[in-house]
Design a protein around this ligand. Structure first.
Ligand SMILES: [Ca+2]
Ligand SMILES: [Ca+2]
Length: 150
């Protein structure tokens, strides 16, 4: 059934033609998608590898961890945040407020953690490029509710 795709055919006889044309265009769309994803599959691993090796060193990220010693889920920040209620631990254990037990400041900013929303309450000072595996001895375990990049 070699039916050619024709434009402007009005008669119902063109039903087959249309079906055939639709299939062909779907097929070519799939081919394009297949080529695109094949290209992505080739590119992605090296891009990811490059990312993970460089971001560790160069990323300007501040990270709080749910547990001591940089364990449990974590939340990362690249700027001030006046409420951690709408930030969530990476392991889906809930909102990041009132849960931080260790922190890693990989930014060039000093950062202040606050025990209340809107940069109020008691404070914990995280120096630029510093880390702390246990906030308990700073009286700040599970306290952070907002944080400000200075
Ligand atoms: Ca927030
Ligand atoms: Ca905790």
């Amino acid at each position: 059934m070699a039916v050619r795709c024709q434009r402007g055919v009005r008669r119902p006889a063109s039903l087959h033609t249309r079906g055939n044309c639709v299939k062909r265009s779907i097929f070519s769309a799939l081919s394009i998608a297949a080529v695109a994803s094949a290209t992505l599959a080739i590119v992605a691993p090296s891009a990811l590898a490059a990312d993970s090796s460089t971001t560790k060193v160069q990323s300007e990220e501040f990270t709080i961890y749910h547990d001591d010693d940089y364990k449990g889920g974590w939340c990362t920040f690249t700027d001030s945040d006046d409420s951690l209620d709408d930030n969530y631990w990476t392991n889906n254990s809930g909102a990041c407020s009132d849960g931080a037990s260790s922190m890693n400041n990989q930014t060039s900013h000093d950062i202040v953690l606050y025990s209340d929303r809107g940069y109020t309450g008691r404070t914990y000072f995280a120096k630029a490029n510093s880390s702390d595996g246990d906030l308990t001895n700073n009286g700040f375990d599970n306290q952070a509710q907002s944080l400000k990049f200075l």
